[in-house]
Design a protein around this ligand. Structure first.
Ligand SMILES: C[S@@+](CC[C@H](N)C(=O)[O-])C[C@H]1O[C@@H](n2cnc3c(N)ncnc32)[C@H](O)[C@@H]1O
Length: 301
């Protein structure tokens, strides 16, 4: 119920209004956001009962600074609203998922729709904005790439392109190509690139299956949280190898799940282990490593 209610507060702009315009009564919140006051009351009371909102002395409902960071600030590392949106977005596809579980089929990323696409992008954005550059610069070889004038970088499975934008900021003398197979993601990506004048001229968003990329001489390629999503990861990784200059690295960043099945697990495992992501990525590399660039494994949290 909390995940569903958080999704409502997110999509109806209720958290944003409480964060930006301050505490509100149900009627005030409804007026500010163009929503229905009766339902706003139901939601505000549920949020207070569950401990997310406070109730001020005048009866208005308020969001604490911590609540703002977790529920309404898309740049905060604590921002967690996208996880509720992801759960709700996936649940809308339960009939197709049930069929896939019966038959062994699948539900493609493009079929999951807007909630999944946008929640994925929003969930990763703060880490790209705050942590990606530091993580890359902590590896001397990658720091050298980022400093290289005219460096050319490739970001496969770039989604809404927040990683590509962060790479362009981290590599001020370089150009970054973001590649995604999903047209809706590419359109969102192009809008997001346009919104950042500082780097827009140094980013190209390409709609393509990464497996079809032509040979090239990129100085580094990146795959953020996407290898495990791909039905044909080996073909993609093989193509990426051919896009790289001799000796240039491919950096795979994926969820930091436990490397082996352990039960019971912690909160992160409970959220993510359903897909056994770590094992999937390791399996790909163990089985097909001979087709790939030289491998090195450097966990960085
Ligand atoms: C989970 S999303 C991650 C998006 C982005 N890297 C991020 O971290 O926010 C996975 C992305 O990989 C893309 N993708 C999957 N298979 C692909 C392929 N063969 N070629 C290019 N993109 C692909 C999907 O369309 C989706 O945008």
């Amino acid at each position: 119920m909390d995940a569903l209610a958080i999704h409502l507060g997110d999509r109806l702009g209720w958290y944003r209004s409480l964060a930006e315009d301050g505490p509100a009564s149900p009627v005030e919140l409804a007026e500010r956001t163009g929503t229905d006051a009766r339902y706003a009351r139901e939601w505000l009371e549920q949020q207070a009962v569950t401990g997310i909102l406070g109730v001020d002395e005048d009866g208005r409902f308020s969001l604490s600074p911590v609540g703002v960071a977790v529920l309404a600030d898309p740049h905060s590392l604590a921002y967690s609203t996208p996880m509720a949106r992801m759960v709700c977005g996936a649940a809308m596809h339960l009939p197709e998922l049930l069929e896939a579980y019966r038959t062994g089929g699948g539900v493609s990323w493009s079929r999951l729709g807007r909630d999944a696409r946008e929640s994925q992008a929003d969930a990763n954005r703060p880490w790209f904005e705050h942590r990606l550059e530091g993580a890359l610069r902590s590896v001397p070889e990658l720091d050298a790439v980022l400093r290289k004038p005219g460096a050319r970088l490739l970001d496969i499975g770039c989604g809404a392109v927040w990683s590509t934008i962060a790479l362009a900021h981290a590599c001020p003398g370089g150009h970054v190509d973001g590649v995604d197979v999903d047209l809706a993601s590419v359109e969102l990506a192009r809008t997001n690139v346009e919104s950042d004048d500082a780097v827009a001229q140094r980013i190209t968003v390409i709609e393509s299956d990464a497996a079809d990329l032509p040979e090239a001489t990129y100085d580094a390629a990146f795959a953020f949280e996407c290898i495990h999503d791909m039905p044909q990861p080996v073909e993609v990784l093989d193509a990426v190898r051919r896009t790289l200059a001799p000796g240039a690295p491919l950096i795979v960043v994926d969820e930091a799940v436990a490397e082996t099945f352990t039960a019971p697990g912690d909160d992160v495992e409970r959220l993510i282990v359903r897909m056994r992501l770590g094992e999937v990525v390791f399996e790909i590399f163990e089985n097909f490593g001979h087709n790939l660039p030289e491998l090195s494994y450097a966990p960085c949290g």
